[in-house]
Design a protein around this ligand. Structure first.
Ligand SMILES: CC(C)(COP(=O)(O)OP(=O)(O)OC[C@H]1O[C@@H](n2cnc3c(N)ncnc32)[C@H](O)[C@@H]1OP(=O)(O)O)[C@@H](O)C(=O)NCCC(=O)NCCS
Length: 262
């Protein structure tokens, strides 16, 4: 469902001042409803910029921030560089209007400039909107599933009541797979397996927490089984009326190998 809010003219650029980082703190309170204990503090934003990471912001004409994407500089187990995108947020009244995708594209441009081939982040497998954004619109793929990644003590309204299971997205920014997704193309081959999740987990949680827990266990079992069989998740279908589906394919690791050779 597209937003019908009036979207202001806006530009996307890096946040650089303390006031702009302060605005990112306030957005964390508004979007996740985090208590101050869970808000990533101003010092972390400053340190991130000084250590190779960056924070992209969406600003209106009066320079008010209404969206941001915050990424850390990281190394993989072979000491190859990648970005770990820790947070993506859009002010609630402006969500579903394409701003999230624009922020991710600005991150991709930055990765091009710095020559870093991979951007990663995590998301809750039960959040169908995030799955659609990450896998279909952006071309992210999933090879890892983490059980209760942050534990159960988060103060976020979005995390309440369930374990904080997370999918680890790999976004190989120069890959053909990502270029195809950004051009609106989808994989045409038949998936080897699917895992279903509800289209709107927040509505399920409001009605019946036991059912929400059941969905979490279903997704957890499904992902763990399929990933252990050598499949990876590279597709998603969002049914407007009911369940959404993660699609699994045989993993040839192609984009990983090609990206590091370029
Ligand atoms: C996740 C978030 C950053 C995305 O930003 P956004 O500007 O709303 O995203 P976009 O509008 O670019 O893309 C969202 C897409 O999902 C679609 N969508 C909305 N609800 C959906 C659902 N339940 N299932 C599947 N797709 C859905 C939208 O229609 C849109 O697709 P379209 O452009 O083809 O219509 C934003 O919604 C947000 O701040 N959410 C809360 C915080 C969060 O979850 N952050 C990410 C994890 S760190």
């Amino acid at each position: 469902m597209k937003s019908d809010a009036v979207i202001p003219e806006y530009t996307i650029r890096q946040c650089a001042t303390l006031e702009e980082y302060e605005a990112c703190l306030q957005m964390q309170r508004d979007v996740w409803q985090f208590s101050d204990l869970d808000v990533t503090p101003l010092r972390s934003f400053v340190i991130t910029r000084r250590s190779g990471g960056f924070t992209m912001g969406a600003f209106d004409a009066s320079n008010k921030l209404f969206g941001f994407a915050h990424a850390l500089a990281a190394f993989d187990e072979n000491l190859r560089p990648y970005y770990y995108s820790q947070m993506l947020a859009v002010e609630p009244r402006l969500q579903n209007a394409g701003i999230g995708v624009k922020l991710k594209l600005a991150q991709r441009e930055h990765a091009f400039k710095t020559g870093v081939p991979l951007m990663t982040w995590t998301f809750d497998p039960l959040q169908s909107r995030n799955a659609y954004l990450n896998i279909i619109k952006l071309g992210g793929v999933v090879r890892r599933y983490y059980v209760n990644y942050y534990g159960n003590k988060s103060t976020s309204a979005l995390h309440r009541g369930l374990d904080t299971d997370r999918l680890f997205v790999e976004w190989w920014v120069r890959s053909d797979h990502v270029a195809d997704a950004l051009a609106g193309k989808r994989r045409a081959d038949k998936p080897e397996a699917v895992v279903e999740v509800p289209r709107d987990i927040e509505a399920v949680k409001k009605q019946d927490m036991d059912e929400a827990r059941h969905w979490q266990l279903h997704a957890r079992d499904g992902f763990q089984k399929r990933l252990s069989e050598g499949l990876y998740c590279a597709g998603f279908e969002a049914d407007p009326n009911g369940v959404s589906r993660y699609l699994f394919f045989r993993d040839d690791q192609r984009e990983r190998e090609e990206s590091y050779k370029q």
